[in-house]
Write a protein that binds this ligand. Structure first.
Ligand code: PRX
Length: 654
């Protein structure tokens, strides 16, 4: 390993070419790569015209005159909700099912494009009556019910932007997101179903809006859990009452291509979560283009299912915007994969005849653990394309996915992208690419990716380096909400000396001799837990916010089920050292983190220690803690301020 590169030890030689039949019927053709290569900008302009209906056509494609602030299709106007709804009805596809929704307790509901359009129109009118319009932000804190999608579309139909907050996040996380974006309206539900029980949501909204001034004037509450809720008169309104009272007709108006579409908060290396801002025209273009070509979507016949919650970027782009812009029929499932039994997902695939299935490696690994005898009880023969997203998929999980879920012959697309990239950036195209288990493979047409060393020079195969996006792309983030400096600093400052700014994604990768990309994981202090990004800093802050904690360090340790797991090292305040046992302190702190951030951030283990390893400049050496957390021999400690610290820690933990 040279200092300029990251080592990669994996060698995987299995190859899977698409079948002739699949290739012959493929939506994507090689021309996509050729035309994108000839003129990347013109390629995207073409795609924008092909995939999006413009209220007012654009005449300029990309404005990159003030990097890193890009504008795509800036003088064009569109309505994103119209693109996802009305135009399909007008084209005669109103009777096509848009959503087959399945509730966790077994209730279900199928909604056609005509019905979805009608509901969104009413919801838009209801929101407009509450004062929502262009420039406003609507916070959405919901279980995975159709109203979550309806609320997103109604918001953007009015030219407002949404901020969806994952329903598993705590009241505290919700509060900070509402405040950061000055949300005007919150759409929530009384509760949702999860693991056979109703979990309250409205109560968390109440807590988030308690004490202090808030920008929120109303809370719209969908009835779902039927659990008791507290009511603030004048502020809280039942969704169904407002929808019923709303006018049915609503004409979609065009908004500028760069009108904000949504803010979605994601963890960064330092400080509070970043509100990633996406806008309309470029985002929708890349969402629809990738959804169609990466999944080989045939909207007339396919039944598509992406298992992500709308609280994550995958749920934005590949549940709401991509599939609906393409007029697809999709499944939406409220609950967990193992409720009421471990075959629930396979039962849903069988019930609706799902043909395209998109999920995360963490889920695949947990199914592997439970055993192939479970999926084998179901008829999964409708499946013809499988997708993976969220973290690198290890080759064994890939092979299991193909063999057991995909009958040994289904193409798998491993899609690399991020909240910030907005849409898929690296992936095979299933009718064209010879697949390699474990590799995300090639940039999609129109996307320019490079792997650079620390010094900004390109690293040669088979060495690894840092993955950068070298040219602006349509669905790129347009900034961090309210913080342009942080936007520049976080993503564009890694290689300041190159002639053009490059987006640094935070991931390591290497390219093999064929030009295929292999992702090597994050190179910063961000962990990937079950395909979700969590920052070490945020969890450390949550720990330190507890009165018993003096100092905390968090690392991501390899975990069979979740990819990485949170492991924390905590120094207690001196007056607390004897107040409880280490086991009591760690139980209390695990609960505390779940309350502050959400259950997803709860540490798998907390070690109570008396010292933390620091460099002379005071930076915690997480690498060494990771060695402890993963039960490895401790690495090089020579740069520590006090080289005996690691000995003290390991002695204490013995
Ligand atoms: O580290 C990469 C990993 O997930 C990060 C992005 O996380 P988030 O913004 O939450 O979006 C997840 C869903 C798009 C990336 O920086 N990641 C995502 N997909 C892959 C991946 N790592 C390897 N292979 C992938 N296919």
């Amino acid at each position: 390993m040279t200092s300029n590169s990251i080592d990669s030890l994996l060698h995987e030689s299995r190859r899977f070419a698409p079948s002739d039949a699949f290739s012959a019927a493929s939506e994507a053709s090689r021309d996509l790569y050729t035309s994108a290569k000839e003129d990347r900008i013109e390629f995207w302009a073409d795609k924008a015209r092909e995939y999006v209906h413009w209220h007012k056509p654009f005449t300029e494609t990309l404005d990159w005159s003030t990097p890193p602030f890009a504008k795509w299709f800036a003088d064009g106007e569109l309505n994103v909700a119209y693109n996802c709804l009305d135009r399909h009805v007008l084209a005669g596809n109103g009777d096509r099912t848009a959503i087959h929704w399945e509730g966790e307790p077994g209730d279900s509901r199928s909604i056609t494009y005509a019905e979805l359009t009608a509901e969104v129109k009413r919801a838009a009118n209801a929101m407009a009556a509450l004062g929502v319009g262009q420039g406003d932000v609507v916070a959405i804190y919901m279980p995975l019910v159709p109203e979550a999608v309806i609320a997103m579309l109604a918001t953007v139909r009015l030219g407002a932007a949404h901020s969806v907050v994952f329903g598993g996040f705590s009241a505290e996380s919700l509060r900070s997101r509402i405040d950061d974006a000055s949300a005007k309206l919150v759409v929530t539900a009384d509760g949702g179903w999860r693991k056979g029980k109703v979990f309250p949501l409205k109560a968390a909204v109440d807590a988030a809006l308690a004490n202090g001034e808030s920008s929120v004037t109303n809370v719209l509450v969908v009835k779902r859990g039927d659990n008791d809720v507290e009511w603030t008169e004048g502020r809280d309104l039942w969704w169904h009452d407002q929808i019923e009272a709303a006018e049915p007709e609503h004409e979609a108006q065009g908004f500028p291509a760069e009108n904000p579409l949504f803010v979605l908060y994601t963890s960064g290396t330092t400080g509070k979560p970043k509100g990633i801002l996406h806008t309309s025209g470029g985002y929708l273009t890349q969402a629809a283009f990738t959804h169609k070509n990466v999944f080989d979507l045939k909207p007339e016949t396919d039944v598509y299912w992406c298992t992500a919650d709308v609280g994550w970027i995958t749920g934005h782009t590949y549940v709401t915007y991509g599939p609906l812009a393409n007029g697809a029929t999709q499944v939406l499932y409220e609950g967990t994969p193992d409720t009421p039994n471990q075959g629930r997902w396979w039962e849903i695939i069988q019930k609706f005849g799902v043909s395209i299935f998109y999920t995360a490696p963490t889920a695949i690994r947990s199914f592997m653990k439970a055993g192939r005898q479970i999926p084998e009880q179901y008829d999964l023969s409708s499946i013809r394309v499988l997708g993976s997203v969220g973290e690198p998929i290890n080759p064994e999980a890939w092979i299991w996915y193909r063999d057991v879920i995909g009958a040994g012959n289904t193409p798998i697309v491993d899609t690399w992208w991020q909240t910030e990239t907005g849409a898929i950036m690296v992936s095979a195209l299933p009718g064209l690419t010879t697949l390699k288990p474990g590799s995300a493979q090639v940039p999609i047409p129109g996307i320019k990716i490079d792997i650079l060393g620390e010094d900004g020079t390109r690293v040669d195969p088979p060495n690894g380096g840092l993955l950068v996006v070298s040219e602006p792309w349509p669905a790129m983030l347009r900034g961090i909400w309210g913080d342009p400096e942080r936007f520049k600093e976080t993503y564009w400052s890694k290689f300041p000396n190159l002639d053009a700014p490059k987006y640094f994604a935070g991931d390591g990768a290497h390219v093999d001799e064929d030009g295929d990309i292999w992702l090597l994981g994050r190179v910063d202090d961000v962990m990937n837990i079950s395909g979700h990004r969590l920052s070490t800093t945020e969890i450390e802050s949550a720990l330190v916010s507890n009165h018993i904690v003096a100092e905390a360090a968090v690392v991501g340790a390899a975990d069979e089920a979740t990819g990485q797991a949170v492991v924390a090292f905590v120094i207690l305040k001196s007056n607390q050292e004897h107040a409880q046992t280490a086991a009591e302190a760690s139980a209390l702190l695990r609960l505390h983190v779940a309350k502050e951030i959400g259950a997803i951030a709860r540490p798998r283990e907390i070690f109570i220690v008396s010292e933390l390893p620091k460099t002379r400049s005071g930076k915690i050496m997480r690498r060494l803690l990771q060695d402890v957390a993963e039960g490895r021999e401790i690495g090089d400690t020579t740069t520590l301020a006090d080289t005996t610290v690691m000995q003290i820690i390991s002695d204490k933990l013995k």
